[in-house]
Design a protein around this ligand. Structure first.
Ligand SMILES: CC(C)(COP(=O)(O)OP(=O)(O)OC[C@H]1O[C@@H](n2cnc3c(N)ncnc32)[C@H](O)[C@@H]1OP(=O)(O)O)[C@@H](O)C(=O)NCCC(=O)NCCS
Length: 197
């Protein structure tokens, strides 16, 4: 029996694991990376630590099976990361000219993806959601998104965006089904947005 609850720091190992197990366009990415922590350092850790009021997990007796993580004000969150999150990781993982997938993630620690102004102005919040296969397809993704939306609406946040790999067709279809519309395209990703009011 799974339940959605606010995330706490005790959920860091489980959420990092879910992140890695969904890191290959929604499929298991554990074979892609030599360092299993890097994806979580980018897509999970700063949200649980920096925006805990917008972090929720789906937990069952086998552990953490999914999460939805939000940042209410993307620009403020980027500033927080610059001061509080990236410096330690940049010191641990110096910039490299290597070309492995781990090197690509290390490059992101040093030059994080910045959402375009046009996206952030109308859709200031952003989110990440990942569920393990054992809990996919039974309505829990929608339930988690709605849990996050409610907490953002309660803080009068009016719009939310996300950045999804253009090859993750299943997730894009899910987001569109929930009402997200395409805002712009990056090199290999799509920005989608939705009004919350
Ligand atoms: C994408 C993901 C979050 C969707 O969550 P989910 O629990 O599987 O989806 P749900 O069962 O809650 O579906 C909610 C609704 O979306 C619809 N939906 C889900 N996937 C869909 C798809 N590929 N195409 C069209 N509709 C879809 C469902 O039919 C359902 O509709 P309804 O509520 O109107 O009946 C989940 O499958 C997942 O975590 N996948 C792996 C990781 C991933 O890709 N994360 C996104 C990274 S950007």
């Amino acid at each position: 029996m799974s339940s959605i609850r606010p995330a706490g720091l005790q959920d860091l190992p489980g959420t990092y694991r879910v992140c890695l197990l969904t890191a290959d366009a929604g499929e298991d990415g554990s074979g892609l990376y030599a360092n299993p922590d890097l994806v979580g350092h980018i897509y999970v850790g700063p949200y649980l630590v920096g925006q805990p009021e917008f972090a929720y997990v789906l937990a069952d007796d086998a552990g953490v099976a999914g999460y939805v993580l939000g940042a209410a004000d993307t620009r403020e969150f980027e500033k927080w990361q610059e001061h509080e999150w990236w410096p330690t990781l940049r010191a641990q993982y110096p910039s490299t000219t290597g070309s492995t997938l781990d090197d690509d993630l290390i490059a992101l620690l040093h030059a994080p993806a910045i959402a375009p102004d046009g996206v952030v102005e109308q859709y200031p919040a952003h989110l990440h959601i990942d569920l393990l296969p054992r809990v996919q397809g039974v309505g829990l993704g929608r339930a988690m998104m709605e849990t996050l939306f409610e907490s953002l609406r309660a803080r009068e946040v009016t719009g939310i965006h996300l950045d999804v790999g253009e090859d993750n067709h299943r997730a894009i279809a899910f987001y569109r089904h929930l009402g997200f519309v395409e805002l712009s395209r990056g090199t290999d990703s799509v920005y989608l947005g939705m009004e919350l009011s």
